[in-house]
Design a protein around this ligand. Structure first.
Ligand code: SF4
Length: 494
Protein backbone atom coordinates (compact mmCIF):
# COMPACT_ATOMS: atom_id res chain seq x y z
CA UNK A 1 0.00 0.00 0.00
CA UNK A 2 1.32 3.43 -0.95
CA UNK A 3 0.16 6.21 1.33
CA UNK A 4 0.62 9.91 0.68
CA UNK A 5 0.23 11.92 3.89
CA UNK A 6 -0.86 15.44 3.03
CA UNK A 7 -0.89 18.38 5.41
CA UNK A 8 -2.95 21.31 4.07
CA UNK A 9 -1.69 24.85 3.85
CA UNK A 10 -2.18 27.36 6.65
CA UNK A 11 -3.25 30.79 5.42
CA UNK A 12 -1.19 33.81 6.40
CA UNK A 13 -2.18 34.75 9.97
CA UNK A 14 -0.49 36.04 13.11
CA UNK A 15 0.14 32.37 13.94
CA UNK A 16 1.83 31.50 10.64
CA UNK A 17 4.91 33.61 11.51
CA UNK A 18 5.72 33.53 7.78
CA UNK A 19 7.35 36.99 7.66
CA UNK A 20 9.48 36.19 10.72
CA UNK A 21 10.46 32.76 9.36
CA UNK A 22 12.07 34.35 6.31
CA UNK A 23 14.65 35.99 8.59
CA UNK A 24 15.89 32.58 9.75
CA UNK A 25 15.49 30.86 6.36
CA UNK A 26 12.67 28.52 7.48
CA UNK A 27 9.44 27.68 5.70
CA UNK A 28 7.13 26.70 8.51
CA UNK A 29 6.94 27.18 12.26
CA UNK A 30 5.98 23.58 13.12
CA UNK A 31 5.85 20.17 11.45
CA UNK A 32 2.55 18.23 11.16
CA UNK A 33 2.93 16.26 14.40
CA UNK A 34 -0.46 14.54 14.07
CA UNK A 35 0.29 13.09 10.62
CA UNK A 36 3.77 12.00 11.70
CA UNK A 37 2.16 10.15 14.61
CA UNK A 38 -0.44 8.60 12.28
CA UNK A 39 2.45 7.44 10.09
CA UNK A 40 3.83 5.49 13.06
CA UNK A 41 0.47 3.77 13.54
CA UNK A 42 0.37 2.43 9.96
CA UNK A 43 1.65 -1.07 9.10
CA UNK A 44 5.44 -1.08 8.77
CA UNK A 45 5.44 -2.57 5.28
CA UNK A 46 3.28 0.21 3.80
CA UNK A 47 5.22 2.80 1.77
CA UNK A 48 4.81 6.35 3.04
CA UNK A 49 5.52 9.83 1.70
CA UNK A 50 4.60 13.10 3.34
CA UNK A 51 3.80 16.41 1.67
CA UNK A 52 3.46 19.35 4.04
CA UNK A 53 1.96 22.01 1.79
CA UNK A 54 3.42 24.71 4.02
CA UNK A 55 6.83 23.55 2.90
CA UNK A 56 6.35 21.76 -0.46
CA UNK A 57 3.92 21.74 -3.38
CA UNK A 58 1.45 18.89 -3.78
CA UNK A 59 2.44 17.50 -7.18
CA UNK A 60 0.28 15.49 -9.55
CA UNK A 61 2.92 12.78 -9.73
CA UNK A 62 2.70 12.28 -5.94
CA UNK A 63 -1.06 11.84 -6.19
CA UNK A 64 -0.69 9.36 -9.07
CA UNK A 65 1.89 7.38 -7.02
CA UNK A 66 -0.48 6.98 -4.04
CA UNK A 67 -3.17 4.37 -3.37
CA UNK A 68 -4.59 6.62 -0.65
CA UNK A 69 -4.15 10.19 0.47
CA UNK A 70 -4.29 10.57 4.27
CA UNK A 71 -5.12 14.10 5.35
CA UNK A 72 -5.37 15.74 8.77
CA UNK A 73 -6.44 19.33 9.37
CA UNK A 74 -7.63 21.98 11.78
CA UNK A 75 -10.37 24.44 10.93
CA UNK A 76 -8.15 27.22 9.63
CA UNK A 77 -6.99 24.86 6.85
CA UNK A 78 -10.54 24.44 5.49
CA UNK A 79 -9.91 26.18 2.13
CA UNK A 80 -6.74 24.24 1.43
CA UNK A 81 -8.61 21.01 2.33
CA UNK A 82 -11.26 21.78 -0.31
CA UNK A 83 -8.62 22.27 -3.00
CA UNK A 84 -6.85 19.02 -2.01
CA UNK A 85 -10.15 17.14 -2.31
CA UNK A 86 -10.55 18.56 -5.83
CA UNK A 87 -6.99 17.60 -6.80
CA UNK A 88 -7.46 14.05 -5.45
CA UNK A 89 -10.75 13.63 -7.32
CA UNK A 90 -9.07 14.68 -10.56
CA UNK A 91 -6.25 12.21 -9.94
CA UNK A 92 -8.82 9.54 -8.89
CA UNK A 93 -7.06 8.82 -5.62
CA UNK A 94 -9.06 7.93 -2.52
CA UNK A 95 -8.95 10.16 0.55
CA UNK A 96 -8.84 9.21 4.23
CA UNK A 97 -9.35 12.17 6.57
CA UNK A 98 -9.08 12.73 10.31
CA UNK A 99 -8.03 15.28 12.89
CA UNK A 100 -9.87 18.13 14.66
CA UNK A 101 -11.51 19.74 11.59
CA UNK A 102 -13.17 16.52 10.43
CA UNK A 103 -13.98 15.26 13.93
CA UNK A 104 -16.09 18.36 14.61
CA UNK A 105 -17.40 19.02 11.08
CA UNK A 106 -17.06 15.94 8.85
CA UNK A 107 -20.55 16.41 7.41
CA UNK A 108 -19.36 19.64 5.75
CA UNK A 109 -17.10 17.67 3.41
CA UNK A 110 -18.17 15.57 0.47
CA UNK A 111 -15.67 13.71 -1.66
CA UNK A 112 -13.86 12.04 1.23
CA UNK A 113 -13.89 8.26 1.10
CA UNK A 114 -13.18 7.43 4.74
CA UNK A 115 -13.36 9.52 7.89
CA UNK A 116 -11.17 8.33 10.78
CA UNK A 117 -12.47 10.55 13.55
CA UNK A 118 -11.75 11.17 17.23
CA UNK A 119 -8.55 9.60 18.50
CA UNK A 120 -6.62 7.72 15.80
CA UNK A 121 -5.08 5.31 18.33
CA UNK A 122 -8.61 3.86 18.62
CA UNK A 123 -10.25 4.36 15.21
CA UNK A 124 -7.32 3.91 12.83
CA UNK A 125 -6.58 0.24 13.69
CA UNK A 126 -10.28 -0.59 13.02
CA UNK A 127 -10.03 1.03 9.58
CA UNK A 128 -6.75 -0.73 8.74
CA UNK A 129 -8.22 -4.08 9.77
CA UNK A 130 -11.37 -3.62 7.67
CA UNK A 131 -9.38 -2.24 4.74
CA UNK A 132 -7.24 -5.36 4.78
CA UNK A 133 -10.44 -7.45 4.88
CA UNK A 134 -11.64 -5.52 1.81
CA UNK A 135 -14.68 -3.85 3.42
CA UNK A 136 -13.74 -0.52 4.97
CA UNK A 137 -16.58 1.70 6.22
CA UNK A 138 -17.11 5.37 5.38
CA UNK A 139 -17.06 6.56 9.00
CA UNK A 140 -15.08 5.51 12.06
CA UNK A 141 -15.87 7.24 15.36
CA UNK A 142 -15.43 6.47 19.03
CA UNK A 143 -16.45 8.03 22.33
CA UNK A 144 -13.49 6.38 24.00
CA UNK A 145 -10.34 8.32 24.73
CA UNK A 146 -7.05 6.55 24.22
CA UNK A 147 -4.37 6.07 26.82
CA UNK A 148 -1.37 8.02 25.62
CA UNK A 149 0.81 5.04 26.51
CA UNK A 150 -0.42 3.65 23.15
CA UNK A 151 0.83 6.67 21.23
CA UNK A 152 4.00 5.89 19.29
CA UNK A 153 6.98 8.16 18.61
CA UNK A 154 6.29 10.24 15.47
CA UNK A 155 8.03 9.28 12.19
CA UNK A 156 10.49 12.20 12.12
CA UNK A 157 12.29 10.61 9.16
CA UNK A 158 9.41 11.69 6.88
CA UNK A 159 10.14 15.43 7.11
CA UNK A 160 13.03 17.68 6.22
CA UNK A 161 13.79 19.15 9.64
CA UNK A 162 15.74 22.07 8.24
CA UNK A 163 12.52 23.61 6.87
CA UNK A 164 11.02 24.06 10.34
CA UNK A 165 11.70 26.60 13.06
CA UNK A 166 10.70 24.20 15.80
CA UNK A 167 9.91 20.51 16.26
CA UNK A 168 7.16 19.26 18.57
CA UNK A 169 6.30 16.81 21.33
CA UNK A 170 2.89 16.05 22.78
CA UNK A 171 2.92 15.22 26.49
CA UNK A 172 -0.77 15.42 27.36
CA UNK A 173 -4.28 15.71 25.99
CA UNK A 174 -7.33 17.22 27.67
CA UNK A 175 -7.88 20.16 29.98
CA UNK A 176 -9.61 20.39 33.37
CA UNK A 177 -11.20 23.76 32.53
CA UNK A 178 -14.38 24.52 30.65
CA UNK A 179 -13.99 27.75 28.65
CA UNK A 180 -17.18 28.35 26.71
CA UNK A 181 -15.54 29.06 23.33
CA UNK A 182 -12.98 26.24 23.42
CA UNK A 183 -13.27 22.94 21.54
CA UNK A 184 -10.33 21.24 23.24
CA UNK A 185 -12.38 19.54 25.94
CA UNK A 186 -14.92 18.51 23.30
CA UNK A 187 -12.13 16.75 21.39
CA UNK A 188 -9.96 15.46 24.23
CA UNK A 189 -12.04 15.56 27.42
CA UNK A 190 -11.60 17.18 30.83
CA UNK A 191 -9.34 14.54 32.29
CA UNK A 192 -5.71 15.22 31.47
CA UNK A 193 -4.15 12.11 29.96
CA UNK A 194 -0.38 12.05 29.90
CA UNK A 195 2.54 10.16 28.43
CA UNK A 196 4.96 8.43 30.77
CA UNK A 197 8.34 9.71 31.80
CA UNK A 198 10.05 7.09 29.62
CA UNK A 199 7.96 8.04 26.57
CA UNK A 200 8.97 11.68 26.89
CA UNK A 201 12.63 10.81 27.36
CA UNK A 202 12.50 8.51 24.31
CA UNK A 203 11.05 11.35 22.25
CA UNK A 204 13.82 13.69 23.40
CA UNK A 205 16.41 11.00 22.57
CA UNK A 206 14.91 10.52 19.14
CA UNK A 207 15.06 14.23 18.31
CA UNK A 208 18.58 14.50 19.69
CA UNK A 209 19.75 11.51 17.62
CA UNK A 210 18.16 13.09 14.55
CA UNK A 211 20.56 16.01 15.20
CA UNK A 212 17.84 18.49 16.07
CA UNK A 213 19.03 21.37 18.25
CA UNK A 214 16.99 24.37 19.33
CA UNK A 215 13.33 24.92 19.84
CA UNK A 216 10.79 22.24 20.80
CA UNK A 217 7.10 23.02 21.20
CA UNK A 218 5.17 20.94 23.73
CA UNK A 219 1.89 21.16 21.80
CA UNK A 220 -0.38 20.41 24.79
CA UNK A 221 -3.34 22.74 25.08
CA UNK A 222 -2.73 22.96 28.80
CA UNK A 223 0.67 21.57 29.77
CA UNK A 224 -0.10 21.91 33.50
CA UNK A 225 -3.45 20.07 33.41
CA UNK A 226 -1.99 17.36 35.67
CA UNK A 227 0.48 19.20 37.88
CA UNK A 228 1.18 16.27 40.16
CA UNK A 229 2.70 13.99 37.49
CA UNK A 230 4.42 16.90 35.80
CA UNK A 231 6.20 17.98 38.98
CA UNK A 232 6.96 14.56 40.35
CA UNK A 233 8.08 12.66 37.23
CA UNK A 234 8.24 14.62 33.99
CA UNK A 235 10.03 17.88 34.78
CA UNK A 236 12.71 16.24 36.98
CA UNK A 237 13.37 13.69 34.20
CA UNK A 238 13.59 16.38 31.50
CA UNK A 239 15.90 18.46 33.72
CA UNK A 240 18.26 15.53 34.23
CA UNK A 241 18.22 14.67 30.52
CA UNK A 242 18.92 18.29 29.56
CA UNK A 243 21.85 18.50 31.97
CA UNK A 244 23.33 15.24 30.67
CA UNK A 245 23.03 16.50 27.08
CA UNK A 246 24.24 20.07 27.80
CA UNK A 247 20.93 21.82 27.18
CA UNK A 248 20.49 21.19 23.44
CA UNK A 249 16.84 22.31 23.40
CA UNK A 250 14.67 25.14 24.58
CA UNK A 251 11.02 24.39 25.19
CA UNK A 252 7.83 26.33 24.92
CA UNK A 253 4.24 25.36 25.60
CA UNK A 254 0.72 26.50 26.49
CA UNK A 255 -0.69 26.68 30.00
CA UNK A 256 -3.47 28.19 32.07
CA UNK A 257 -2.81 31.25 34.22
CA UNK A 258 -2.83 29.24 37.47
CA UNK A 259 0.76 28.37 36.55
CA UNK A 260 1.61 31.68 38.24
CA UNK A 261 0.19 30.39 41.55
CA UNK A 262 2.72 27.59 41.84
CA UNK A 263 6.25 28.85 42.55
CA UNK A 264 7.72 25.38 42.53
CA UNK A 265 6.19 24.49 39.17
CA UNK A 266 7.44 27.74 37.64
CA UNK A 267 10.93 27.04 38.92
CA UNK A 268 10.87 23.44 37.72
CA UNK A 269 9.72 24.42 34.23
CA UNK A 270 12.41 27.06 33.85
CA UNK A 271 15.08 24.70 35.19
CA UNK A 272 13.96 22.04 32.72
CA UNK A 273 14.51 24.46 29.83
CA UNK A 274 11.15 26.11 29.22
CA UNK A 275 11.55 29.72 28.15
CA UNK A 276 8.13 30.67 26.75
CA UNK A 277 4.54 29.94 27.62
CA UNK A 278 1.34 30.89 25.81
CA UNK A 279 -1.49 31.76 28.18
CA UNK A 280 -5.11 32.43 27.30
CA UNK A 281 -5.73 35.77 29.01
CA UNK A 282 -8.84 36.46 26.88
CA UNK A 283 -10.00 39.71 28.46
CA UNK A 284 -9.12 42.36 31.05
CA UNK A 285 -12.87 42.68 31.72
CA UNK A 286 -14.01 40.54 34.67
CA UNK A 287 -17.62 40.22 33.40
CA UNK A 288 -16.41 38.92 30.02
CA UNK A 289 -14.22 36.33 31.76
CA UNK A 290 -17.16 35.19 33.89
CA UNK A 291 -19.41 35.03 30.82
CA UNK A 292 -17.02 32.71 28.94
CA UNK A 293 -16.47 30.52 32.03
CA UNK A 294 -12.78 31.43 32.18
CA UNK A 295 -13.01 31.11 35.94
CA UNK A 296 -9.29 30.52 36.43
CA UNK A 297 -8.66 34.08 35.17
CA UNK A 298 -11.20 35.80 37.43
CA UNK A 299 -10.60 37.23 40.91
CA UNK A 300 -6.93 37.75 40.33
CA UNK A 301 -4.53 40.48 39.32
CA UNK A 302 -3.79 39.16 35.82
CA UNK A 303 -0.91 41.57 35.22
CA UNK A 304 0.76 40.50 38.47
CA UNK A 305 0.41 36.82 37.44
CA UNK A 306 2.00 37.53 34.05
CA UNK A 307 4.86 39.53 35.60
CA UNK A 308 5.51 36.68 38.01
CA UNK A 309 5.98 34.23 35.14
CA UNK A 310 8.28 36.69 33.35
CA UNK A 311 10.36 37.21 36.49
CA UNK A 312 10.68 33.46 36.89
CA UNK A 313 12.21 33.25 33.38
CA UNK A 314 9.24 32.59 31.09
CA UNK A 315 8.28 34.88 28.26
CA UNK A 316 4.48 35.04 28.30
CA UNK A 317 2.61 35.12 25.00
CA UNK A 318 -1.06 35.92 25.37
CA UNK A 319 -4.34 35.13 23.67
CA UNK A 320 -7.00 37.88 23.81
CA UNK A 321 -10.58 37.94 22.56
CA UNK A 322 -13.03 40.75 21.83
CA UNK A 323 -16.70 40.32 21.00
CA UNK A 324 -18.06 38.90 24.27
CA UNK A 325 -21.64 39.89 25.12
CA UNK A 326 -20.34 41.56 28.29
CA UNK A 327 -17.72 43.65 26.51
CA UNK A 328 -18.45 47.37 27.05
CA UNK A 329 -17.61 49.95 24.37
CA UNK A 330 -14.48 50.81 26.39
CA UNK A 331 -13.13 47.26 25.99
CA UNK A 332 -10.78 48.20 23.15
CA UNK A 333 -8.91 50.80 25.20
CA UNK A 334 -8.88 48.40 28.16
CA UNK A 335 -7.18 45.76 25.99
CA UNK A 336 -4.59 48.22 24.69
CA UNK A 337 -3.74 49.43 28.20
CA UNK A 338 -3.57 45.92 29.58
CA UNK A 339 -1.35 44.58 26.80
CA UNK A 340 1.04 47.54 27.07
CA UNK A 341 1.33 47.22 30.85
CA UNK A 342 1.75 43.45 30.82
CA UNK A 343 4.79 43.47 28.54
CA UNK A 344 3.20 40.67 26.49
CA UNK A 345 4.92 41.27 23.18
CA UNK A 346 3.22 38.43 21.30
CA UNK A 347 -0.38 39.41 21.98
CA UNK A 348 -2.71 37.40 19.74
CA UNK A 349 -5.95 39.38 19.70
CA UNK A 350 -8.86 37.79 17.88
CA UNK A 351 -12.57 38.27 17.37
CA UNK A 352 -14.79 35.81 19.21
CA UNK A 353 -16.12 33.08 16.89
CA UNK A 354 -18.18 30.03 17.79
CA UNK A 355 -16.63 26.73 16.77
CA UNK A 356 -19.04 23.91 16.06
CA UNK A 357 -19.92 21.82 19.11
CA UNK A 358 -18.60 24.23 21.74
CA UNK A 359 -20.74 25.44 24.65
CA UNK A 360 -20.70 28.87 23.02
CA UNK A 361 -22.02 27.43 19.73
CA UNK A 362 -24.81 25.63 21.60
CA UNK A 363 -25.81 28.78 23.51
CA UNK A 364 -25.81 31.01 20.43
CA UNK A 365 -27.79 28.48 18.45
CA UNK A 366 -30.47 28.45 21.17
CA UNK A 367 -30.51 32.24 21.02
CA UNK A 368 -30.85 32.10 17.18
CA UNK A 369 -27.64 34.09 16.76
CA UNK A 370 -25.53 31.70 14.68
CA UNK A 371 -24.86 32.86 11.12
CA UNK A 372 -22.30 30.59 9.47
CA UNK A 373 -19.35 28.24 9.93
CA UNK A 374 -16.29 29.80 11.53
CA UNK A 375 -13.28 30.26 9.22
CA UNK A 376 -11.11 29.14 12.16
CA UNK A 377 -9.12 32.34 11.63
CA UNK A 378 -9.98 34.65 14.48
CA UNK A 379 -7.86 37.46 13.08
CA UNK A 380 -9.46 37.84 9.63
CA UNK A 381 -12.19 40.22 10.85
CA UNK A 382 -14.88 37.60 10.26
CA UNK A 383 -17.44 36.80 12.93
CA UNK A 384 -19.88 33.90 12.58
CA UNK A 385 -22.66 35.00 14.95
CA UNK A 386 -24.68 38.12 15.72
CA UNK A 387 -22.74 40.00 18.41
CA UNK A 388 -24.41 42.08 21.12
CA UNK A 389 -22.23 45.06 20.29
CA UNK A 390 -22.88 46.89 17.02
CA UNK A 391 -20.85 44.97 14.41
CA UNK A 392 -19.24 48.05 12.91
CA UNK A 393 -18.21 49.32 16.34
CA UNK A 394 -16.74 45.91 17.14
CA UNK A 395 -14.72 45.72 13.92
CA UNK A 396 -13.50 49.30 14.23
CA UNK A 397 -12.50 48.69 17.85
CA UNK A 398 -10.74 45.43 16.95
CA UNK A 399 -8.71 47.15 14.24
CA UNK A 400 -7.86 49.93 16.68
CA UNK A 401 -6.37 47.40 19.11
CA UNK A 402 -4.23 45.74 16.47
CA UNK A 403 -3.11 49.00 14.88
CA UNK A 404 -2.09 50.39 18.25
CA UNK A 405 -0.43 47.42 19.90
CA UNK A 406 1.68 46.63 16.84
CA UNK A 407 2.52 50.22 15.93
CA UNK A 408 6.32 50.56 16.20
CA UNK A 409 6.35 52.98 19.18
CA UNK A 410 3.95 50.84 21.25
CA UNK A 411 5.40 47.50 20.21
CA UNK A 412 9.02 48.42 20.92
CA UNK A 413 8.04 50.08 24.21
CA UNK A 414 6.37 46.79 25.17
CA UNK A 415 9.49 44.81 24.28
CA UNK A 416 11.52 46.98 26.65
CA UNK A 417 8.85 46.71 29.39
CA UNK A 418 9.14 42.93 29.05
CA UNK A 419 12.94 42.77 28.94
CA UNK A 420 13.20 44.92 32.06
CA UNK A 421 11.09 42.43 33.97
CA UNK A 422 12.41 39.21 32.45
CA UNK A 423 14.97 37.12 34.28
CA UNK A 424 17.11 34.77 32.25
CA UNK A 425 18.37 31.88 34.39
CA UNK A 426 22.17 31.63 34.59
CA UNK A 427 22.41 28.15 33.07
CA UNK A 428 20.53 29.25 29.93
CA UNK A 429 23.42 29.87 27.58
CA UNK A 430 22.94 31.37 24.16
CA UNK A 431 24.08 29.13 21.30
CA UNK A 432 25.21 31.07 18.30
CA UNK A 433 23.94 29.52 15.09
CA UNK A 434 24.50 30.56 11.49
CA UNK A 435 20.75 31.10 11.00
CA UNK A 436 20.67 33.49 13.96
CA UNK A 437 23.58 35.54 12.63
CA UNK A 438 21.78 35.75 9.27
CA UNK A 439 18.56 36.75 11.02
CA UNK A 440 20.39 39.57 12.81
CA UNK A 441 21.98 40.81 9.59
CA UNK A 442 18.63 40.68 7.79
CA UNK A 443 16.99 42.54 10.67
CA UNK A 444 19.57 45.33 10.31
CA UNK A 445 18.63 45.75 6.65
CA UNK A 446 14.87 45.17 6.81
CA UNK A 447 14.08 46.77 10.16
CA UNK A 448 17.08 49.02 10.83
CA UNK A 449 17.65 50.54 7.40
CA UNK A 450 14.57 50.30 5.21
CA UNK A 451 11.87 49.66 7.82
CA UNK A 452 9.40 52.28 9.08
CA UNK A 453 10.43 51.28 12.58
CA UNK A 454 14.16 51.93 12.15
CA UNK A 455 14.33 54.56 14.88
CA UNK A 456 12.68 52.22 17.41
CA UNK A 457 14.74 49.25 16.23
CA UNK A 458 18.03 51.04 16.92
CA UNK A 459 16.73 52.39 20.20
CA UNK A 460 15.99 48.79 21.25
CA UNK A 461 19.39 47.56 20.03
CA UNK A 462 21.27 50.18 22.06
CA UNK A 463 19.01 49.94 25.08
CA UNK A 464 19.58 46.18 25.18
CA UNK A 465 23.36 46.44 24.75
CA UNK A 466 23.64 48.95 27.59
CA UNK A 467 20.98 47.67 29.99
CA UNK A 468 20.29 43.96 29.38
CA UNK A 469 22.98 42.61 27.01
CA UNK A 470 22.11 39.04 27.98
CA UNK A 471 18.69 39.50 26.34
CA UNK A 472 20.12 40.76 23.03
CA UNK A 473 19.23 37.70 20.85
CA UNK A 474 15.73 37.70 22.35
CA UNK A 475 15.33 41.44 21.68
CA UNK A 476 16.21 40.92 18.01
CA UNK A 477 13.83 37.98 17.65
CA UNK A 478 11.03 40.02 19.23
CA UNK A 479 11.73 42.90 16.83
CA UNK A 480 11.39 40.39 13.97
CA UNK A 481 8.11 39.02 15.36
CA UNK A 482 6.72 42.54 15.59
CA UNK A 483 7.51 43.04 11.93
CA UNK A 484 5.56 39.86 11.12
CA UNK A 485 2.47 41.01 13.03
CA UNK A 486 2.50 44.40 11.33
CA UNK A 487 2.86 42.86 7.86
CA UNK A 488 0.00 40.41 8.40
CA UNK A 489 -2.24 43.18 9.66
CA UNK A 490 -1.33 45.52 6.78
CA UNK A 491 -1.99 42.76 4.22
CA UNK A 492 -5.27 41.56 5.59
CA UNK A 493 -7.01 44.50 7.22
CA UNK A 494 -5.90 47.88 5.88
S1 SF4 B 1 -7.85 26.55 29.62
FE1 SF4 B 1 -7.38 26.64 27.41
S2 SF4 B 1 -7.47 24.51 26.70
FE2 SF4 B 1 -8.50 24.60 28.70
S3 SF4 B 1 -10.66 24.84 28.22
FE3 SF4 B 1 -9.80 26.90 28.55
S4 SF4 B 1 -9.17 27.64 26.50
FE4 SF4 B 1 -9.50 25.41 26.36
Amino acid sequence: MKILLVYPQHPETFWSFNYALKFIGKKSAFPPLGLLTIASLLPEHWQLKLVDMNVDKLREQDLHWADYVFMSAISIQRNSVLSIIEQCQKAKVKIVAGGPLFTTAYSDFSGIDHFILNEAEITLPQFIHELQQGNPRHLYRSDQLSKLSQTPIPRWDLIRQSKYASLSIQYSRGCPFNCEFCDITLLYGHKTRVKSQSQIISELDQLYKANWRGSIFFVDDNFIGNKHKLKKYILPAITEWMQQHRHPFNFFTQASINLADDDELLKQMVTAGFDTVFIGIESPNEESLTECLKNQNTNRDLIASIKKCQQAGLQVQGGFIVGFDSDPLTIFDQHIRFIQQSGITTAMVGLLNAMKGTLLFQRLEKENRMLKTSTGNNTDCSINFIPKMDLQALLTGYKKIITQIYSPPNYYERVITFLKNFNIPRFRSFQLRFSLIMAFLRSIIILGIIGKERLYYWKLVFWTIFHRPVTFPLAISLAINGYHFRKVFENTHL
